[in-house]
Design a protein around this ligand. Sequence first.
Ligand code: G6P
Length: 476
Amino acid sequence: MTQADFVVVANRLPVDHVTHASGEDGWRRSPGGLVTALEPVMRDTEGAWVGWAGRADLDVEPFEFEGTHLVPIRLSAEEVENYYEGFSNDTIWPLYHDVIAAPRYRRVWWESYVRVNRRFAEAAADAAADGGTVWVQDYQLQLVPQMLRDLRPDLTIGYFHHIPFPAYGLYSQLPWRRQVLDGLLGADVIGFQRVADAGNFARAVRRVHHYNTKATGITVPQADGTSRSALAKAFPISIDAESYVELARRPDIQARAAEIRESLGNPKKILLGVDRLDYTKGIRHRIKAFGELLEDGRINVGDVTLVQVASPSRERVESYVTLRDEIELSVGRINGEFDTMDHTAIRYLHQSYPREEMVALYLAADVMLVTALRDGMNLVAKEYVAARSDNRGVLVLSEFAGAADELASAVRINPHDIGGMKDAIVRAIEMPTAEQGRRMRALRRKVLENDVAKWSQSFLDALEVARRSKRAQVSA
Ligand code: G6P
């Protein structure tokens, strides 16, 4: 088997398994940002990507797809339940998002997580060439870095954490807090979204292990009495900004934006929310604030419409089922009370859309509401900004989204403060175009300068420094 100098390991492959109308099975490139970010690197290096195909019990041999060697990892139905839905999304996800939902600690889930992480590590070890570089992605695979290092000490290993890393007061709840830290510390470079996440991680390492940490460097003692150093640092992720600028310029997409406005009855202002249907996103808080504004008479249904796209996610995890019920109940109540024959208060869409349609929605929206209670980054905020080359529109952004660190010119809110959020929404609706322009220009500078290519490049540069110093140590 050919081995690659550069290997990505992620829970999901960069392709979705599809069954065509003809009944034949095939693969389609998934639309995700990470896939776009890594595409040039994968192509230049003829890299490999290890990941799950997204369905239980699917047995597929490694295959080539658009220049990348894909290595599918098989998960049984039980592993999907215990490793993916259980430990990843019902233990780690809620714990790392500040226990917005209560994390559940189940030993069988942990055991499955260990087993599946080992499978990913073994597949990566097989796929990587001698002295190669492996980049592990996200919270589903926190044990992979150390497992991989044990199997292949010659490799340079990076890990990027796409979600928040919580404060030690919360992290310490995790019954396997030591093992998870050890797993992550197997990487040479451990990347986080925010400086605060990297700080929380370093503090956890100090509290649990008493290792030395200095600025972004962590000294990790080895079994043979020597020590190595790991870099734990913020690398805020971004989007392929230029592709959004281009889509937003397309006349057919602009026409579609006008059509969307029309189909909503041409309200004076359209507010937009776009999220995976997840309790971290603050969708309930946003809908509550909007409903109260209607009740208070500060806005009315002919003038203002809220479009809420909530794409289906993790539909077998109980907290997601409950959340969907709660949201749909409140949307139904608000619409029942305030809709007229001509206008709806909330146009709620439990669906996913292609990028073109999303950009049309961004262009149609006067106000973008990002009200996350906690979010690693929130790329929707950046997409909205990138699409608005007309310098119009207002971004209302939660302080608890990672994006708030960079996007200081947004209208910032604390989503727990419903009164404050209502005032911010009214302010956004009424904002004069000159102020919109001033803020949007500043936001666009940030997003266009720090795009996803820059993100992956700066992470890979840090990995390259680690690789060189490793080489130097070996040859010394
Ligand atoms: C977040 C996570 C990703 C994950 C995505 C979709 O953005 O950071 O790792 O892939 O949500 O969730 P899913 O469970 O469908 O992969």
